[in-house]
Design a protein around this ligand. Structure first.
Ligand code: PLP
Length: 411
């Protein structure tokens, strides 16, 4: 990450776009350090959702009346904005409820009909449960096995060992772009190139990448890329799966219903073209219109500026946190997003998070939906402070001061 910051951006004004950040919690100014869990929403996103319900609410792709056309245009417009944001074509982007749905779509529509006993799937030690459990379900039903790529002491993938796992039995590799626990940024372009050379289909979980860096999915060289809208300042229940067109054409639908058909007869159904073939039922119309507004907002700031801002906050927070006695930081990858998992000697993660909450600091504690990674480190839980561009250096200082205070209470 070597983006440099545009010094003309007034980050205090940017922060003021996020109404929730002005509130107090337990009588203290809120310090929201849980953006890896879900991101806060700026005014234009809230306004776009509000405007849709006030002025345009109708179902999409069904009604010929004015509202129906407005809703459909806005919804399809949001798809195209999102596609441009990640540099792919709109008709290659399946809109869905988020990464979990997107990965399950690949598991059930691509992998389930293809895998058989003797085949293998490769995952990594740092995956979120959403990128483990669907593959386990597919493996159980097909007789395929799962192999796991391990990490080095910095929390980076051991690439030699990963490539050694990519033997001829491997049909699919699925890995995260950025770890939600360690912040490690994986070299997905290089890894997907190695997979492709060996005829292995690659899936990338971009949940923690899309909100924090300029994404050019087309240049990664993967077969599938999944991401989620609520972590990128958009509404919950929004996300997308990008897939190569040949996969979308060959895959059967995952769920059936309205919108995904051309013609239905009791003798048989003709499915709609991708991506609609995979979008049965009424979608989260307002949510995607909000996500379109989020993409406009992030684009106006510039993803390179967002990345540089977050890198500065990460460096500051890491330095200050490291000075606190008894702190152990998990994950010191050379390329890292603004996520810091840590523990304080002698204190339970949940106790720390609960006491920090009383100081107005919202961090996450627990296994972060990454049990295998917790096992790797031999811990049941960690605390995780995850930062976004709307956070401030003052908040970093206040967070560390609060941590020093609660550490003493727990000692
Ligand atoms: N993958 C990663 C790396 C994540 O961080 C998350 C969410 O925390 C998910 C997948 C699941 O995303 P969602 O719950 O939005 O489907």
């Amino acid at each position: 990450m070597n983006a440099s910051l545009d010094s003309t951006i007034d980050w205090a004004r940017v922060r003021a776009d996020f109404p929730l950040l002005a509130r107090k919690v337990h009588g203290k100014p809120l310090i929201y350090f849980d953006s890896a869990n879900t991101g806060q929403k700026p005014e234009p996103v809230i306004a776009a959702v509000d405007d849709f319900y006030r002025h345009h609410n109708a179902n999409v792709s069904r009604a010929v009346h004015a509202l129906g056309t407005e809703a459909t245009d806005a919804y399809e417009g949001a798809r195209n904005k999102l596609a441009r944001f990640v540099n792919v074509r709109g008709d290659e982007l399946v809109l869905c409820s988020g990464t979990t749905f997107a990965l399950n779509l690949v598991a059930y529509s691509w992998a389930l009909p293809r895998l058989q006993p003797g085949d293998a799937i490769v995952l990594t030690r740092m995956e979120h449960h959403a990128n483990i459990v669907p593959w386990q379900l597919v493996a159980q039903r097909t007789g395929a096995t799962i192999k796991v790529a391990e990490l080095d002491e910095r929390g980076e993938l051991d690439l030699d060992r990963l490539y050694a796992l990519l033997t001829p039995d491997v049909k699919l590799l699925s890995l995260t772009h950025v770890s939600n626990v360690l912040g490690t940024v994986n070299p997905v372009r290089e890894i997907c190139r190695e997979a492709r050379k060996r005829g292995i289909v690659s899936v990338v979980d971009g949940s923690q990448a899309a909100p924090h860096r300029a994404l050019d999915i087309a240049s990664i060289g993967c077969d599938f890329y999944a991401f989620t809208g609520h972590k990128m300042s958009g509404p919950t229940g929004t996300g997308a799966l990008w897939a190569r067109r040949e996969h979308l054409a060959a895959m059967p639908p995952f769920i059936g219903g309205g919108e995904m058909i051309k013609e239905v007869r009791f003798e048989g159904t003709v499915f709609n073209d991708p991506p609609h073939k995979f979008e049965a039922g009424t979608p989260n119309i307002a949510g995607f219109i909000g996500l379109g507004a989020a993409v406009d907002y992030l684009s106006a700031l510039g993803m390179h500026n967002i990345e540089a801002r977050e890198q500065a906050l990460l460096a500051h927070a890491t330095e200050e946190l490291s000075k606190v006695e008894g702190v152990r930081i998990f994950g010191e990858a050379r390329e890292k997003a603004a996520v810091i998992s840590f523990l304080v000697e002698g204190a339970h993660a949940h106790d720390l998070a609960t006491l920090l909450d009383l100081e107005g600091v919202a961090i996450r504690s627990g296994h972060h939906c990454a049990h295998p990674l917790m096992h790797h480190f031999g811990v049941a839980a960690t605390c995780r402070a995850s930062l976004a561009f709307y956070n401030t250096h003052d908040e970093v200082e206040a967070f560390v001061a609060a941590l020093r205070k609660v550490r003493k209470l727990l000692a």
